[in-house]
Design a protein. Structure first.
Ligand code: PMP
Length: 412
């Protein structure tokens, strides 16, 4: 994607200064944080909002009539409304939970488990994160359903004709990533969900790696379920959400039972609360969601289209420089991709690379990135992954590439 005028007009260095952690040193070197696909850093306003909640408003939600109780409830529900507006959905269709893993398990246990049976199939893609594979395997074991896999093209895109051909009548559910956490591939989820809907297949989109990096309009995607995580979105850990069509939320039984999710409890039968509260048993991460609400305000203030363009710029620069390194192989070269670069260097182990890069102040992830089936298909044991965010800089990309060259010389 080309830089937009809006992107050019933004003072990205000033925005970077909003992130206190990015000012620290690691092993005596300025930190270069290239692990945002793992978790994102937090701006001052998010830290301040969480801090302020505990200092001035802390109370439980939806229980107490006292002033603090109403303030806490309003702050929590306010965060839900902000997130819903950010993602273009109705607030009463947005279940707040601890993150994508919880959200996908909620769909698995509450939607899929009561519906699937022997003879049914769940279609997943080769590029899914374990969080979008293992819950379906658990449900398949319990119901007798089978798992089908949609394969990829060599550049890391989904093989769409093969995917559509795999949408056979026994497939009841399709689980697909919006953006791959290893390859960076941006999948055409609106088209995929349209094809699935035409065949009566329910769709679950894992938006973990999309929501932090581009404008996401869930309503326009047309899926049945959309899961995301707050900690990659400049928000606190232990926050995230599941959007689902209202008809699903109404039909689904609760996943967890407890306080908050009921209207009335009697020993001869309990009446459940309305969605989304029906799926929010127990005390939620109230301060975390207050922080996530502040994160959404912050990101909306910058503009997600500008963030996408900025990251595309950083990705282009990093990819170009990395390709100049002998023996370096990049996995995932789709034309539409997020700023995630998985790579190996011939003759060098990824863990050694990441360990020595760390000594240079550079934080990258090495390993299998919770995507064993994808790594098996790529034919590599591990990769290094540099994942960038708008708060990174071109100078950091240059310093990372210089550090990588130095480390490779040491290991060669
Ligand atoms: N799906 C994808 C594509 C991810 O990148 C991640 C986080 N690495 C997850 C799911 C799981 O998210 P969480 O750990 O926040 O539940």
């Amino acid at each position: 994607m080309n830089a937009t005028p809006a992107h050019d007009a933004i003072d990205w260095d000033r925005l970077r200064a909003d992130f206190p952690l990015l000012r620290r040193k690691v092993h005596g070197k300025p930190l270069i944080y290239f692990d945002s696909a793992n978790t994102g850093q937090k701006p001052e306003c998010v830290i301040a909002a969480t801090d302020d909640f505990y200092r001035r408003h802390n109370a439980n939600v939806s229980r107490a009539v006292h002033a603090l109780g109403s303030e806490a409830t309003e702050a929590y529900e306010g965060a839900r409304r902000k997130l819903a507006a950010f993602l273009h959905v109705r607030a009463d269709e947005l279940v707040l939970c601890s993150g994508t893993t919880f959200a996908l398990n909620l769909v698995a246990y509450s939607w899929a488990l009561p519906r699937l049976q022997a003879g049914d199939a769940i279609l997943v893609t080769r590029m899914e994160h374990h969080a979008n594979i293992v819950p379906w395997q658990l449900i398949a074991q319990r119901t007798g359903a089978t798992i089908k896999v949609a394969e990829l093209l060599p550049d890391g895109r989904l093989d769409l004709p093969a995917l559509y051909a795999a949408m056979t009548p026994e497939v009841k559910l399709l689980a697909v990533a919006h953006v791959s956490n290893v390859l960076g591939t941006l999948n055409p989820v609106a088209e995929i969900c349209r094809e699935a809907a035409r065949r009566g297949i329910t769709t679950v989109v894992d938006g973990s790696q999309a929501v932090p990096h581009m404008p996401v309009d869930i309503a326009a995607i047309g899926c049945d379920f959309y899961a995301f995580t707050g900690h990659k979105l400049c928000g606190p850990t232990g926050t995230g959400g599941l959007w689902a069509k209202r008809e699903h939320l109404q039909a689904m039984p609760p996943f967890l039972g407890g306080g908050e999710m009921i209207k009335e409890v009697r020993f001869d039968g309990t009446a459940f609360n309305d969605p989304p509260h029906k799926f929010e048993a127990g005390t939620p991460n109230i301060a975390g969601f207050v922080g996530l609400g502040a994160a959404v305000d912050y990101l909306s203030g910058i503009g997600m289209a500008a963030i996408h363009a900025r990251e595309a710029d950083l990705l282009a620069h990093a990819s170009e420089e990395l390709r100049k390194i002998d023996g370096l192989r990049i996995f995932g070269n789709a034309p539409d991709k997020a700023a995630v670069i998985s790579f190996t260097i011939d003759g060098v182990h990824s863990h050694d690379l990441a360990t020595l890069l760390d000594l240079e102040g550079v934080a990258v992830r090495s390993g299998q990135h919770c995507a064993h089936p994808l790594l098996q298909w790529l034919g590599v044991g591990t990769t290094c992954r540099a994942s960038l965010a708008f708060y990174n800089t071109h100078a950091e990309v240059d310093a990372f590439v210089a550090a990588l060259r130095k480390v490779v010389r040491l290991l060669a």
